[in-house]
Design a protein around this ligand. Structure first.
Ligand code: NAD
Length: 512
């Protein structure tokens, strides 16, 4: 077993040992020996030290990934053989699920009951892509009796992955699995606020038989390690998930070396409740859609748009339930809402609530630190009613447990309000009018729409956003459009005409 556990913590006693980089099949500290400390959001006490990577460590990792791409069997082996390794990764994640769950609950404050589902999904990500890659096929094009042309899919090369802190295990495996399945090699830079599961994942991949250099992890800050990875000439693909402004910086950093990039960014997704919707289901889903994952969810239904005739009833039903949401220790199986990731993020979310209050929104639930939870970054489940479309809370991503409600008069206004942000990731439409459901879904500026449903993923379908929510689609076999090159091979069958040049006056025939 490749041990992630062996090294002692640097600079103090922490709950976990030093989280080291994983480069070329070995755990190692930074060349600079520098480390940074990750905090427990439930207490804001130090949880673990992690190696602080910089351009030097990134260069080592990219070099290892490049060598693995050029010299190991990984990109060239049969898809079924790579799939077998990925299935072992899935099985090992399930076997060690408790360790993954414990680490991520402490690292990011995700309630343990929700983290169980996310850990299972991480395993499924590998198992699912093990299946998809074995079904991957090219197209053939007959040209009469002259040609048979066909496409082949090839891995692109070294994939750099820069990931956020809000669901690190689930989100990174959702990218690592198809990248590896396609035969690429990977350098992962986890978010500096959530280093813990990436180290364990490196151990599991190695134990499952992923060859040295094929999967690498470099911990560190965005401005140093992330910037070095996104601009490195040896990286062919950049897969980024995070804030919109960071995504734009990363695309610019990759432009001089023409990196292909897939960027999944922020959201401000609307939940539209029409007068004929099933109110009970809509209320349940609206609550789940904003208050799970501590509200730190890219596809959170953070804006509730309700028809005038149902507005008061729906909004007050949601507020009453929000008041009863159990906020507390993320390690307690009964907890529904854990702490926010960092004190400064908590402060930012509270400022949004205060600004909405000053601008005339009604705080129907929450808005404060819960009684008895003096330490950690806890916030009550918050419902703000009567948000005006010009308020910051209506337009900007808060990324916390804050639902913003606004009434609408008719379908046209509902669509206009839904589209009145710079984002376009997800949308949720509640109506029992069949034709309206589809009409509205088509009119929304969104990459993904759910009708009469909360966010239930079908892994075969495309995932991604429009406008400031991202560029590109992953998920299902769409991921292989990003993680593979498509090469066309033209095969002449011996009958096509070839222009004959240089025959002087004997033959003037030319053709294109
Ligand atoms: P962030 O942009 O601050 O950081 C994401 C990653 O980028 C981190 O690893 C960070 O170290 C790195 N980074 C920061 N600056 C960088 C730079 N200059 N160069 C290279 N790398 C850099 O985002 P976050 O706060 O970690 O995550 C929250 C955001 O992620 C929210 O906006 C959320 O909506 C979004 N998100 C989107 C999706 C999606 O699929 N659309 C999923 C989850 C989260």
């Amino acid at each position: 077993m490749t041990s992630a556990q062996a090294a002692p913590a640097a600079g103090g006693t922490h709950a976990y040992p030093l989280q080291r980089h994983f480069i070329d099949g070995a755990f190692r500290e930074s060349q600079s020996r520098r480390t940074f400390v990750s905090l427990d959001p439930a207490t804001n006490e130090p949880l673990a030290a992690a190696a602080e990577g910089d351009a030097f460590d990134v260069d080592l990792a990219v070099g290892a990934a490049r060598r693995a791409f050029d010299t190991t069997d990984w990109p060239r082996m049969k898809a079924t053989d790579r799939a077998a390794v990925l299935r072992r990764v899935g099985a090992l994640i399930r076997e060690r699920a408790d360790e993954f769950i414990e680490r991520e609950v402490r690292d990011i404050g995700m309630p343990v009951a929700q983290m169980r589902g996310l850990a299972a999904r991480a395993a499924t990500n590998f198992e699912y892509y093990a299946g998809v890659v074995t079904e991957l096929h090219g197209r053939s094009f007959q040209v009469g009796e002259e040609f048979l042309n066909y496409t082949i899919r090839k891995p692109v090369g070294v994939a750099g992955m820069i990931m956020p802190w809000n669901a690190p295990l689930m989100l990174s495996t959702w990218r690592i699995a198809p990248a590896l399945a396609a035969g690429n090699t990977v350098v992962l830079k986890p978010a500096e606020w959530s280093p813990l599961t990436a180290t364990l994942l490196a151990e599991v991949l190695a134990d499952a038989g992923v060859p040295a250099g094929v999967f690498n992890v470099v911990h560190g800050f965005g401005e140093t390690a992330g910037a070095a990875l996104s601009s490195h000439a040896g990286v062919d693909l950049i897969c980024f998930t995070g804030e919109t402004s960071t995504g734009s910086t990363i695309i610019a950093a990759g432009a001089p070396t023409l990196k292909r990039s897939s960027v999944e960014l922020g959201g401000k997704s609307p939940v539209l409740v029409f007068e004929d919707a099933d109110p009970e289901l809509a209320v349940d889903a609206a609550l789940a859609q904003i208050f799970t994952m501590n509200g730190q969810r890219c596809t959170a239904g953070s804006r509730l748009l309700v028809h005038n005739s149902r507005y008061e009833a729906v909004v007050s039903a949601i507020a009453e339930r929000a008041k009863r949401i159990r906020v507390g220790d993320p390690g307690d199986p009964k907890t529904e809402l854990g702490p926010l990731i960092r004190a400064e993020h908590h402060e930012r979310v509270v400022q949004y609530i205060d600004s909405a209050r000053r601008q005339g929104a009604r705080v129907l639930a929450g808005g404060r630190r819960p009684d008895g939870l003096d330490r950690g970054n806890y916030l009550e489940a918050t419902v703000l009613a009567d948000a005006d479309e010009h308020m910051d809370v209506f337009r900007e991503e808060i990324f916390g447990p804050v639902l913003v409600a606004t009434p609408f008069a008719d379908e046209a206004e509902a669509i206009r309000l839904a589209n009145a942000t710079e984002y376009g990731l997800a949308a949720y439409v509640w109506t029992n009018d069949l034709t309206r459901a589809h009409r509205v879904a088509h009119a929304l500026d969104t990459g993904m729409c759910w009708i009469n449903s909360q966010n239930v993923r079908d892994l075969r379908t495309p995932f991604g956003g429009v406008k400031n929510s991202g560029i590109g689609r992953e998920g299902g076999d769409y991921a292989f459009d990003f993680y593979c090159e498509t090469e066309i091979v033209h095969v002449a069958l011996g009958t096509h005409a070839i222009p004959k040049l240089g025959l002087g006056d004997d033959d003037q025939e030319t053709s294109a």
